[in-house]
Design a binder for this molecule. Structure first.
Ligand code: CP
Ligand code: NVA
Length: 347
């Protein structure tokens, strides 16, 4: 692993607006983020680079999204995603409106296309948490303002961006690292595979038979990995999967919407629990990661979750910084930052 000194941040004396990677990502203005696959490898790097700057210099971005309106429409419960988006836009001068769709799924009262064609008249960005991934892509296809996937049954891209930002922070760089995911081949797993592959990390996934990640994601992640000089491995043995791992990640084995499968899944996933014995098989410097919420002593033991290798609350914090970077790019907010304005005044 690389040392912290080479963390992928803009040089302190170069305004972020002049960083070539971030300038190249300006094409994201007005785009959607339904999947990590919507982003090139360079764009993933640029979002994370900006995320580090946003975290380091929050004052710089205080007015970057002045008066911009964000609507969050959630069909599922949330703590981290909702609050990190709300605090994120509030600290950049914008405003968040939360619409609870937990008891009235999107598309039930009126079509998703009609919802999009109304909402885009009032807001600058639509953030969706849904069951069906198609709800997100349909909203995106019908909306003239950016749509962000805040978790669907298929992907959780904002989570994965924050997670790899956290790994960069911890290790300095993620290129060539060994990232292991143990558990259900679910939405979080899918986005981590794509993000890791785009960033040149070696991704190993260990799932029980029948719970592997979707073949479409595996194919895409392997194509990305080939282009970025890393590999994606699928195993069914958690012990073999964590060997030499720099990071061990798990998620619940029963995602929202799959509660009816709890009894069936519990014994299948028991051998995939991340406990101290499993962590001992990883590299001695390995970190433990979880998107949260965790089911304590099910997929991970208290000793690991609360132990010295755990970076789960850094991940949670970085949700806000990474999403602020994403919003800045999708809403073209960098032109409103303090140093950009100062430069124009001086010119
Ligand atoms: N990790 C995550 O998305 O948490 P919430 O479900 O609380 O938003
Ligand atoms: N896989 C979990 C993630 C929650 C943040 C779920 O979809 O419920």
């Amino acid at each position: 692993m690389a040392s912290k000194a080479i963390i992928d941040r803009p040089a302190p004396d170069v305004p972020v607006q002049k960083d070539p990677d971030i300038l190249a990502a300006a094409r994201l203005a007005g785009e959607d983020l339904c999947s990590i696959a919507d982003l090139s490898s360079a764009e993933v790097r640029a979002i994370l680079k900006l995320g580090h700057d946003v975290k380091r210099n929050p004052r710089e971005y205080r007015h970057a999204l002045d008066a911009r309106q964000m609507v969050l429409m959630f069909e599922k419960a949330s703590l981290r995603t909702r609050l990190s988006f709300e605090t994120g836009i509030n600290t950049m001068g914008g405003n968040a409106i939360f619409v609870d769709h937990t008891s009235s799924p999107l598309g039930e009262r009126e079509s998703i296309a009609d919802v999009a064609r109304n909402v885009e008249r009032w807001v600058d960005v639509i953030v969706l948490r849904t069951y069906a991934h198609d709800t997100i892509t349909e909203m995106a296809a019908n909306s003239r303002v950016p749509v962000i996937n805040a978790l669907s049954d298929f992907e959780h891209p904002c989570q994965a961006l924050a997670d790899f930002m956290t790994l960069q922070e911890h290790f300095g760089a993620v290129t060539g690292m060994n990232f292991t995911y143990v558990g259900d081949g679910n939405n979080v797993c899918h986005s981590l595979m794509l993000t890791g592959a785009q960033l040149g990390a070696n991704v190993t996934v260990a799932t029980p038979r029948g719970y592997s990640p979707d073949i479409e994601i595996v194919t895409l992640a392997r194509e990305m990995a080939q282009a970025n000089g890393c590999e994606v491995r699928l195993l069914q043995d958690p012990q073999a999967a964590v060997e030499n791992a720099d990071a061990v990640y798990t998620d619940v084995c029963v995602s929202m919407g799959f509660e009816h499968e709890s009894t069936k899944r519990a014994p299948i996933f028991r051998p995939f629990q991340v406990n101290e014995a499993l962590m001992q098989k990883a590299a001695s410097h390995a970190v433990f990661m979880h998107c949260l919420p965790a089911r304590r002593n099910a997929e991970v033991t208290d000793a690991v979750l609360d132990g010295p290798q755990s970076i789960v609350f850094d991940q949670a914090e970085n949700r806000m910084h990474a999403q602020k970077a994403l919003l800045l790019l999708l809403l073209g907010g960098l032109a409103n930052t303090a140093s950009f304005k100062n430069e124009r005044e001086l010119a």
